[in-house]
Design a protein around this ligand. Sequence first.
Ligand SMILES: Cc1cc2nc3c(=O)[nH]c(=O)nc-3n(C[C@H](O)[C@H](O)[C@H](O)COP(=O)(O)OP(=O)(O)OC[C@H]3O[C@@H](n4cnc5c(N)ncnc54)[C@H](O)[C@@H]3O)c2cc1C
Length: 301
Amino acid sequence: MHISDIFAQHPTTFSFEFFPPKSAETAEKLYATISDLEDYAPDFVSVTYGAGGTTREMTHDLVIRIKEKGVLDPIPHLTCVCHSEQEIDEILTRYAAAGVSNILALRGDPPRDHPNYDRADDAFTYAADLVKFIKRFNDAGRHPDPRGFGIGVAGFPEGHPATPNRLLEMDHLKAKIDAGADYICTQLFFDNHDFYDFRERCDLAGIQVPIIAGIMPITTTTGMRRMADLAAGSRFPARLLKALDRAGNNPESIRRVGLHYATEQCADLLNHKIAGIHFYTLNQSSATREIYANLGLKALG
Ligand SMILES: Cc1cc2nc3c(=O)[nH]c(=O)nc-3n(C[C@H](O)[C@H](O)[C@H](O)COP(=O)(O)OP(=O)(O)OC[C@H]3O[C@@H](n4cnc5c(N)ncnc54)[C@H](O)[C@@H]3O)c2cc1C
């Protein structure tokens, strides 16, 4: 369903993010996780996009498999990294033919395993350029929906590390919306004030599209360290760190603290009438299911 219709039907959207499987064995585990979460009827599920050829095909295959099953609505991520215009055009054509309704357009992280990677070789330098290209695809009537793909872009409540000037960064975000983006999905954050402040700054900049909050529950300390790396610059409030400290080395206590913290974050966001909550599931279903239960949200099944 086009993202505008999703927002029109739901005052708050709920969505889940997965990354593509690395092997046939992890693929089966992931399909089981996705099936587990079907009962929660998320408004969409998104699938991340890597930099290598195999992982990229895995994203495509997973998106098409979810789409063909017809229970969940997949939103593929697409990045500028290591792509020519022609390749992006082919990907959009494949997704349009499969009836995929929306795309999350990103610049993408530099590939870790390509030491000679040079952004200057990419056809699109910034996500805004990719949004413009998708918009041209849409305007050419190449999607079965006359509106074309719904387009999402990334937002960073704590700021993106490459642009320390936050005023300039907001100009860059606004450029993505002006280029045709329909919604923003944020990077994970652990202090809701950062999100509320970001939302107000967007409003002041004239950004009127819905902003979905990215939430990642902490379930292990190693997972927390890995995400601190991936999210490049995430702030972990002392309140969270003290609670984790009290949990000591007990994995079950750490998990309980992480889920309790994420539940409180979500409850507060819901009380502040946010457009949507996007769970970074890390391809596991249990944390999301427990947070749903804690929030009193019901599964359909
Ligand atoms: C919800 C979400 C999902 C993600 N999914 C993926 C994924 O699937 N795969 C992946 O590889 N990465 C993913 N990322 C990470 C993301 O690709 C990186 O954080 C990337 O560095 C920024 O992407 P962007 O789309 O915001 O880029 P952009 O909007 O292009 O911004 C990147 C940086 O460039 C600056 N900038 C923008 N325009 C200009 C300009 N004209 N001149 C100078 N500077 C400019 C911005 O201020 C910012 O600092 C995701 C991030 C989020 C928040």
